[in-house]
Design a protein around this ligand. Sequence first.
Ligand SMILES: [Zn+2]
Length: 270
Amino acid sequence: MYGTSIMPGVTRRGEATLMLVDSHTHLLRLEVSPEEAVRQAVEAGVGAVVNVGTDVEDSKRGAELAAVLPNVYSTAGIHPHNANIYSAADLEALAELSESPGIVALGEVGLDYYRGYSTPEAQKALFEDIISLANDTRLPLVIHSREAFPDTMASLGSARVPVVLHCFEGGERELQEAKERDYYVGLAGNVTYKNSGTADVILLMDPARLLVETDAPYLSPQPVRGERNAPKNVVYTARFIAGRIGIGEEELATVTTRNARNFFGLPLEV
Ligand SMILES: [Zn+2]
């Protein structure tokens, strides 16, 4: 079923049409089954989801999901939280997975000095190995960076593939650096929170480098904050961003879906 996509413009409540992509989600950790989550997402106008792997096992299961579920794509990666238990065999497993047809990117990988579950040295070693794998396979990179922006950008200096800074939570300075490198930024539900500094720089973002995501089951956007997140909720984040930019929801959907298609190479008509 890989490669099957719904027609662009899912009818919502019989009036407007909308087709969003949830560019970063964890289908294997939701309250409902992946199948049900995708069904609900399609109903809400979310025509495709990119499931993100956080270790080898998770990435393998993600590849299987992408192989059987229409409108589902997946990535292969090892989250920096898991850097301490990472081995050479894991990198080989990711290399093998990268050839599977449903795998559209490597990640999430990067640096997380906030939680600090793994040492910075272990995180950097893993990160650099996966950047090399991305350069070899030409797959784009999905980056997780928390309280580690300068080091993340330093390591990414060797990347020769498209990069998305997932769950971007930087301000003007970080955004400027991302723009200089032509990186994509992924905005998750936390951008809708009152204290989000990133919301204040949405207008400075390059619309052609903007992706929307849920990072479900985490970071539920307003007005469903407090509930476990699901891919269907990317609609709220998209609505918030459209409001900040001052464009219609449909236009925002078209732009970000086109960006997701370009970044991941998805077979979507948009
Ligand atoms: Zn994630």
